[in-house]
Design a protein around this ligand. Structure first.
Ligand SMILES: C[S@@+](CC[C@H](N)C(=O)[O-])C[C@H]1O[C@@H](n2cnc3c(N)ncnc32)[C@H](O)[C@@H]1O
Length: 165
């Protein structure tokens, strides 16, 4: 998705060196009710947003052990339907532009999305969460315990001479 026809007034693209293979592997996919970009919120809502599913590949089921220790998670995903060559963007389509790295736009050289989500339920290779803003079928890159939950546990573990992980 990178035709000039998609450009808004004032937007600027560059020719970038070819993407190298960073050896990322998709760990699963995200199922959401959002079928088109127009259906997606700009950012997810972890309180009122719909329940979405993170579906991991079966091999990774053991990697979810202990996930319920965090009620909040950070989810990283690959915004696979984004163009990757815009350096100046016009979010409001009004000809006024901002640099890509000053925006959370999905359009970026490496289209990685990051959302803080609330964990609703875990079963098997599936996590049900609230707070996502991505299209149905978006590839999943990583899941981490939220920094706040993690920091609290780390401090407690340090106090108790334990390893919180
Ligand atoms: C503004 S981005 C924010 C992503 C993430 N929460 C972040 O801050 O890094 C969310 C928007 O990306 C677009 N989007 C969602 N899934 C996408 C996908 N798989 N490929 C390309 N664009 C997508 C939708 O327009 C959605 O509203």
């Amino acid at each position: 998705m990178s035709g000039d026809a998609d450009l808004r007034p004032g937007e600027v693209t560059v020719d970038l060196p070819p993407a190298t293979d960073a050896q990322l592997r998709f760990i699963g996919k995200i199922r959401t009710p959002f079928q088109t970009p127009a259906d997606c919120p700009r950012q997810g809502d972890p309180e009122e947003g719909p329940v979405c599913r993170l579906e991991l590949i079966p091999e990774l089921e053991p990697a979810l052990e202990g996930i319920e220790r965090s009620s909040w998670l950070e989810v990283l995903y690959w915004l696979d339907r984004s163009r990757r060559d815009l350096v100046l963007q016009s979010p409001k389509r009004d000809g006024r532009t901002r640099g890509t790295f000053s925006l959370r736009s999905p359009v970026r050289p490496n289209p990685i999305g990051l959302s803080r989500v609330r964990l609703v339920r875990h079963f098997g290779t599936v996590l049900e969460v609230r707070g996502l803003d991505c299209l149905d079928g978006t590839p999943l890159l990583d899941i981490k315990p939220d920094r706040c939950d993690h920091a609290v546990r780390e401090r407690a573990a340090h106090r108790d001479g334990d390893d919180a992980g």
